[in-house]
Design a protein around this ligand. Structure first.
Ligand SMILES: [Zn+2]
Length: 297
């Protein structure tokens, strides 16, 4: 009998502990558009400078206890061999590492495109992972695109989405943007349903923004994605890169934050850490990135 009571008490204790743990704050690292290549600077992009900037960012991030560090796409600007310059620096990160696929990551020879996700350490082009009571959903905005759609099926779907949107004359229908396939949207819906059942908060990561009307950098079919997200109050943020100037907008309680591109400017950098607490996300910006508090609704 005593043993049973002890077991029950232990169990109650362990439940309290679990609850406490899932609300515990944690910190992550965020970098966008490192976009390295061994090429001459063009306009505001100082491609070779990204090696030193990435090194400094990794050194800074390694002084912290981070749950993970995520790069929001365009790790390289072009050329497959560029990965061999940035990956050794990235791999020095002591935290877990997550990557998002960007359009420039596919600016490699056609025959090498299929190797890109694996080279960046990805098992799938889109995926999710958990931390405490959070579900992080990583999207592949190049799923349907002219540079990153690799299979015949995806190329056909790219053509039909592009042609369908062409008549609407939308400003984000650029060949350097991309869209999300129906298969990926269905997968996102499944992920969101799991989050509802498990009472998880959700954060999205994608290379492309998906909120501001008239924004040229948006995903081709961002409205379709927003329509889906709008049904779930679990969704708290959508973090992306691609637009190096950065941007912020809140929509239906979701913080849409575009992080500034590391590659821009000769001397200044841009990267961040974010501390995720029960009711807020505290962004600490380095270099050009602004520090801010995003209140979780
Ligand atoms: Zn991009």
């Amino acid at each position: 009998m005593k043993n049973i009571i002890l077991l029950i008490l232990l169990c109650i204790g362990c439940k309290t502990n679990t609850k406490k743990n899932i609300e515990t704050a944690f910190e992550i690292g965020i970098i966008a558009d490192c976009q390295y290549c061994n090429c001459d600077a063009s306009n505001t992009r100082f491609y070779t400078g990204s090696l030193a900037k990435l090194k400094t960012a990794v050194d800074t991030l390694n002084t912290k206890e981070l749950a993970y560090t995520i790069h929001l796409g365009d790790f390289i600007d072009r050329d497959y061999e560029s990965f061999d310059s940035v990956l050794p620096i990235w791999n020095r990160l002591t935290s877990k590492k997550q990557q998002v696929l960007g359009n420039h990551d596919f600016s490699v020879a056609d025959s090498l495109k299929k190797l890109v996700p694996g080279k960046m350490g990805l098992k799938s082009r889109y995926y999710s992972f958990l931390k405490n009571n959070w579900r992080f959903i990583v999207l592949d905005g190049n799923d349907l695109s002219f540079y990153g759609a690799i299979s015949d099926k995806k190329r056909q779907q790219t053509d039909s989405l592009f042609n369908e949107l062409k008549d609407k004359k939308i400003p984000n229908l650029q060949t350097w943007n991309g869209g999300i396939s129906l298969a990926q949207l269905n997968w996102v819906k499944e992920e969101l349903e799991i989050a509802v059942v498990q009472n998880e908060k959700v954060g999205f990561y994608c290379h492309f923004p998906a909120v501001k009307e008239g924004e040229v950098h948006n995903l081709w079919n961002y409205k379709q994605l927003l329509q889906l997200i709008d049904n779930y109050e679990q969704v708290k943020f959508y973090f992306n890169g691609h637009n190096h100037h950065g941007a912020y907008e809140e929509k239906n309680g979701v913080h849409h934050l575009t992080f500034k591109g590391m590659v821009d400017t000769e001397k200044s950098t841009a990267f961040s850490t974010a501390t995720i607490t029960k009711d807020s996300i505290f962004i600490t910006g380095y270099g050009r990135e602004k520090s801010r508090r995003l209140k979780i609704k």
